[in-house]
Design a binder for this molecule. Structure first.
Ligand code: BT5
Length: 326
């Protein structure tokens, strides 16, 4: 953990009150002058840190920026997801940045955030709008020991983790729409783009690209997206703390990834099914030129959706665009 992250962690510990410079210096093994210099640096980034000669330092407020050290200091317990966090002001797509890291051999668990993306993308090359500081636009590198057919398990894990974190942070009730959408009252608030590099029988690496519309106002969505999309701010009626939400999502994802690695996908699938609005409904799924109609029954052990067609056959589907028949 960097010194900045260690300072922020220490300042977050006392619920009220402050931490003295002497205490910090002893705890972190650096001089009081070094602590002072880092506090000044954090202040220049917008952290409001009060310093009183008698009481010491107190964290009054944090700015609405994503800062790797800050996110680290909120995630002391993660095992894999989020043990390495990098924040860019602007990228083309965070999935591209992570792909490069993956090819360079970087360890799994690295997370790349961007405050804005110039070429954010959805599935099949669709555009994903990612205005500056309004959302969470990030990608996670994983190297799971899975067959490529089972990679959908990780989209399921990401959707479940997202839904859980959104619900605890905002009190809203997110629904999952198979395979990769999070909706609130039927409107899309987050999407997942899973990209994969694999051998025939083994995933080499997998990138989970996650976009969450946190603090966008309705006018910030282009007209064609506005009809289908919403933000947490619009739904909750208040600005949501992005760093807190980001940490919550990564923590939940770390937990769910551990479950998958331990072969416990079934428990995750149960939770997913509870939150999913697709299961139990008659749906039409478009996969390329093909259209499959039937009742969405459940997930199989690889994370694929099982559809009972009109002819009674069970079809196994791993991707597509679903519409639910009312
Ligand atoms: C998705 O695709 O939902 C996956 C989105 C993944 C975005 C993240 S951001 C970080 C990482 N880096 C990237 O470049 N991507 C990932 P799909 O199901 O294909 O949905 C795309 C469709 O959603 C578009 O065609 C629009 O209709 C709509 N859309 C675009 N931007 C949106 C937004 N910000 N919020 C809600 N809907 C949006």
């Amino acid at each position: 953990m960097s010194l900045d992250a260690a300072i922020l962690t220490a300042l977050r510990l006392p619920k009220t009150g402050a931490v003295s410079g002497a205490e910090l210096s002893q705890k972190l093994g650096v001089s009081r002058a070094a602590i002072w210099a880092r506090v000044e640096e954090l202040r220049s980034l917008g952290y409001d840190i009060e310093a009183s000669p008698h009481l010491g330092y107190r964290l009054v407020s944090v700015p609405d920026v994503l800062h790797a050290d800050d996110l680290h200091s909120r995630l002391p317990g993660v095992k894999v997801v989020g043990r390495d966090i990098r924040v860019f002001q602007e990228t083309t797509s965070t999935n591209d940045v992570v792909e490069k890291l993956a090819r360079d051999g970087v360890k799994e668990g690295v997370v790349v955030f961007a405050e804005s993306q110039t070429r954010g993308r959805g599935r099949l090359g669709r555009k994903w709008i990612s205005p500056e500081k309004r959302g969470l636009w990030f990608s996670v590198l994983l190297r799971p020991n899975l067959r490529p057919q089972a990679a959908t398990q990780l989209t399921v894990a990401a959707a479940t983790a997202l839904a859980r974190a959104i619900s605890t942070q905002t009190n809203l009730s997110p629904e999952i729409k198979w395979p990769n959408d999070i909706l609130i009252k039927g409107k899309k608030v987050a999407g997942i783009l899973t990209e994969l590099s694999a051998e025939l029988d083994q995933v080499k690496y997998l990138i989970l690209g996650i976009g969450v519309d946190v603090n966008l106002n309705a006018s910030e969505f282009p007209p064609e997206v506005r009809k289908l999309a919403t933000s947490l701010k619009i739904e909750a009626g208040r600005t949501i703390n992005r760093a807190e939400l980001a940490a919550a999502v990564l923590e939940e994802l770390d937990t769910d990834y551990a479950r998958i690695c331990a072969g416990q996908f079934e428990t995750l699938a149960d939770e997913w099914e509870e939150r999913c609005t697709t299961i139990g409904h008659n749906v039409v799924i478009r996969v390329g030129d093909r259209s499959i109609q039937g009742r969405a029954e459940s997930l199989d052990s690889d994370g694929a959706l099982l559809i009972r067609t009109q002819h009674g056959r069970l079809e196994r589907i791993i991707g597509g665009d679903v519409s639910v028949e009312k």
